[in-house]
Write a new protein. Structure first.
Length: 173
């Protein structure tokens, strides 16, 4: 494959997978800036390592593997940790989404937004501040005048409610 063809194929694959890769990075990092760093570094590493890509494997899974390694490196540099069990669940669900392309993926994201919108006030606020606001649990606790443990529990319950909603709508395995 020529360099020009490789570039064209890479652009097509990235166009197809970029939204899901960014969602994966956000889910791992829970910080907008860190997620964008992971996303950009993943793109660079994927482009540089394109010759090593095994086309028998799904491209999305390959990208997420690169993103996961990139996030681990970023977290080590910043003395943060990432829960591998959480990453495994995120990766499994991302694999489930790999079958969805274009419109179907957007429809699934709309259903996710509906499930988030269906949350009651405190749960919705905590989910919003965590994932859209990129705030840490400690910062959220200060902002909402609560304890860190209460915010963690609210976040855990909010995630469970979203997962239950997505399962009812057939989006989670």
């Amino acid at each position: 494959m020529t360099v020009q063809n490789a570039k064209h194929v890479f652009e097509i694959l990235m166009h197809e997978h970029s939204d899901r890769l960014m969602a994966f990075a956000h889910a791992m990092c829970r910080d907008r800036s860190a997620a964008e760093d992971v996303f950009q570094e993943t793109l660079l590493r994927a482009w540089k390592g394109l010759d090593g890509y095994d086309s028998a494997r799904p491209f999305g899974a390959w990208l997420r593997g690169i993103a996961r390694n990139t996030a681990h490196e970023l977290f080590r540099k910043n003395l943060r940790t990432v829960d591998d069990d959480v990453l495994n669940v995120i990766a499994t669900q991302a694999d489930h989404f790999d079958g969805a392309v274009g419109t179907e993926f957007r429809e699934r994201m709309e259903i996710l937004e509906q499930c988030i919108a269906a949350l009651s006030g405190a749960y919705a606020e905590t989910i919003d501040l965590t994932y859209r606001g990129g705030l840490s649990v400690d910062r959220i606790a200060v902002q909402v005048s609560s304890t860190t443990e209460a915010v963690k529990k609210r976040l855990q319950r909010g995630r469970a409610m979203i997962a239950e909603c997505l399962a009812r709508k057939g989006l989670l395995t």
